[in-house]
Design a protein around this ligand. Structure first.
Ligand code: IPE
Ligand code: IPE
Ligand code: MG
Length: 242
């Protein structure tokens, strides 16, 4: 039984409430959240079993937030990228962006492409940042690509399998998440990795994202170690013979 998650995906929620509790503006919560994200990356990089960490940083729905919060977040992404990417490179961490990136400013897109290129040889950890990501949008773009192939006569619609769809998703190059963590107390997926999380173990914690430190991450990983992943089989079928 594999008890260590190879791919951990995190819905980093609770920045706004963290700030509110302190009578601070929401953006201060996002700034504190950035520090928690750095600590999570460090934890995952130090854990030799974790190969992929996917952080949900901005959803397709988050554009509906007040304009000043959205622009503040964009500024924060740009700043974080320029400040953190050299360190990622140094630590052998490869960065990938998942989501519809064309909606971001040209400057941010250039930064993201440069970060991917600079860190492409990193083998220690693959860090996926989900930006303007939506699980439904992901499936829709995969279906568009398959439909185009079918229309071009390259793919027989009757032969389309789950593997064809999975191969077109943003996360096609990494295994599905084993452990999905959501901080901030809500028990919902909020349009994150809908397809990919089909068999993920879900860990919900009330801890607000800026307070999610290495000890908290470790608690989630330890909880995961106690799960029995059955993938539709019976417990007896999957339990190890003693
Ligand atoms: C998550 O924290 C960060 C983003 C969605 C960018 P929130 O900003 O959603 O924090 P709460 O849920 O309002 O506390
Ligand atoms: C999910 O958090 C998105 C990210 C963490 C980036 P939200 O705060 O946007 O989710 P809802 O709106 O509470 O479902
Ligand atoms: Mg939230």
């Amino acid at each position: 039984m594999n008890t260590v998650p190879k791919h951990v995906a995190i819905i980093m929620d609770g920045n706004g409430r963290w700030a509110k509790q302190r009578f601070m503006p929401r953006l201060a919560g996002h700034r504190a959240g950035r520090k928690a994200a750095r600590a999570a990356v460090e934890f995952a990089a130090r854990n030799s079993e974790i190969d992929v960490l996917t952080l949900f940083a901005f959803s397709t729905e988050n554009w509906s937030r007040p304009e000043d919060e959205v622009s503040g977040l964009m500024g924060l992404f740009g700043k974080a990228l320029s400040e953190e990417v050299p360190e990622l490179k140094k630590n052998g961490i490869r960065i990938r962006f998942v989501g519809e990136l064309s909606r971001f400013s040209d400057e941010l897109q250039t930064q993201m492409a440069a970060a991917e290129e600079l860190t492409q040889d990193g083998t220690h950890l693959c860090l996926q940042l989900a930006l303007n990501y939506g699980g439904r949008a992901d499936i829709a773009q995969a279906v568009r690509q398959l439909a185009a192939s079918a229309a071009a006569g390259e793919l027989d619609p009757a032969q389309i399998t789950e593997d064809h769809i999975a191969a077109q998703l943003y996360g096609a190059s990494v295994p599905d998440p084993d452990l999905m963590i959501r901080t901030g107390g809500e028990k919902r997926i909020s349009n994150f990795l809908l397809w990919d999380s089909a068999y993920a173990e879900f860990y919900f914690t009330d801890t607000l994202w800026p307070d999610f430190n290495k000890t908290a991450f470790e608690a989630a990983v330890n909880w995961f170690a106690g799960r029995q992943r059955r993938f539709g089989k019976t417990g007896e079928q999957v339990s190890k013979p003693t």
